[in-house]
Design a protein around this ligand. Structure first.
Ligand SMILES: Cc1ncc(COP(=O)(O)O)c(C=O)c1O
Length: 385
């Protein structure tokens, strides 16, 4: 059994590493091994390379290299943004506003901050999974230090009105953090245009190495670091730099940006045709969560009523299709997703959910086959056959 035996439809959980990325990683691992913090010629060379990788990542985002802090992924970037801002803010600004559909990396960090004395507000979302801007506006005030609303949701692909969120945050003198882990490489994304002060990315989601991420931190502004020790990453993230990982991530960012339109344009059409076929075959027994909202091109969040999504995913796996179950970051969880609950889905509708997230290599024939299998599996799982 190998990866070739499967149609991989779980890109929201992780994308395959691109060959150029693996090659860059290997080149750096073999040659740029000196510690950039040391004091000899090879260290000076490594330090120059370190600056170059910051420049490359910054140039993709249209920002300054000093605004890039490399991390171990989306979780660490989110933690640094939330904890970093909240701990740096004065006593007069101890409030944090997050949406109820944020990734657990944001929600659980918010809960920890709450336990440490911060006041946290959770903004509701509509039935389609879009943050309620009026409610958000109501929660943001002179005591708000930070607003954190993601760019696109990891379970539904629903895109949030990020520019308006930035305006609301700034209107109250608060900072805005955007978790763009799912969005980067699939939508045109420039932190300065959105107006966000902090933005999280994770390389594994767009063909970069696993365990690499970055936090954009506008004007290198003051954050209290989460990991302390050495002065690396502008004093915001201690520890010897993973130069090969950073270089590989920078290449992945360049390629993802260059190929974005060609790679993802056709995928939305295939995703839409999958949804059309499912509705034609199953009618009211299937529900497409977030379909009425703007979405990422490759994600479909599908509730099969009166069956368990996990049973459907297991069947599909045996038939050669790898699909997700809501969030892949919550292995072993049996409760239905907090995202679908926030969107007002009943327990029954949420438990019947799978997440299909296609890659650029998906074909129409594969998508058609997936639809057929879903329809046949549904009939047998419900004992209707
Ligand atoms: C929206 C979002 N934020 C944060 C994360 C966490 O990223 P990582 O697994 O790189 O720590 C994920 C992972 O799926 C995600 O989808």
């Amino acid at each position: 059994m190998s990866t070739k035996d499967y149609v991989y439809c779980d890109y929201a959980a992780g994308a395959p590493c691109r060959p150029q990325v693996a090659a860059e990683w290997a080149r750096f691992a073999a040659h740029e091994f000196a510690n950039p913090g040391a004091h000899h010629p090879l260290a000076y060379l490594a330090r120059r390379k370190l600056m170059e990788v910051h420049e490359r990542a910054a140039s993709v985002l249209g920002v300054d290299p000093r605004e890039i802090v490399f991390t171990s992924g989306g979780t660490e970037s989110d933690a640094l943004a939330l904890r970093g801002v909240m701990k740096a803010a004065g006593q007069g600004r101890n409030e944090l506003v997050v949406s109820g559909i944020e990734h657990h990396a944001v929600l659980l960090e918010a809960q920890r901050l709450e336990a440490e004395g911060a006041v946290v507000h959770y903004a509701p979302v509509s039935r389609d999974g879009v943050v309620d801007l009026a409610a958000l506006q109501h929660m943001v005030g002179p005591k708000t230090a930070l607003v954190s609303v993601m760019y696109a949701n990891n379970e539904t692909g629903v895109i949030q009105p990020v520019a308006q969120v930035a305006e609301i945050a700034h209107g109250a003198g608060a900072r805005y953090h955007c978790d763009a882990v799912q969005a980067f490489g699939k939508v045109e994304l420039a932190p300065r245009e959105i107006g966000c002060d902090l933005m999280s990315l994770a390389a594994a989601k767009f063909g970069g190495p696993k365990g690499m991420g970055l936090l954009y931190n506008q004007m290198n502004s003051r954050l209290v670091p989460v990991v302390v020790g050495g002065p690396q990453e502008w004093g915001l993230r201690a520890g010897t730099e993973d130069l090969p990982g950073m270089a590989a991530m920078a290449v992945a960012m360049e390629v993802a940006k260059a190929e974005r339109v060609a790679a993802w344009g056709p995928v939305a059409t295939i995703r839409d045709s999958l949804e059309t076929k499912l509705v034609a075959g199953l009618g009211a027994n299937v529900r497409l969560n977030g379909k009425q909202a703007p979405r990422l091109p490759n994600v479909s969040n599908i509730s099969f009523l009166h069956i368990e999504g996990q049973a459907m995913a297991i069947e599909l796996g045996e038939q050669g299709f790898c699909v997700g179950l809501g969030s892949a970051c919550a292995p072993g969880e049996t409760d239905p997703s907090h995202v679908l609950a926030a969107m007002g889905l009943s327990w029954e509708d949420a438990i019947g959910c799978i997440r299909v997230s296609f890659g650029p290599d998906i074909t129409q024939a594969q998508s058609d086959r997936l639809a057929e299998l879903c329809i046949a599996n549904y009939t047998s799982l419900r004992g209707l056959g």
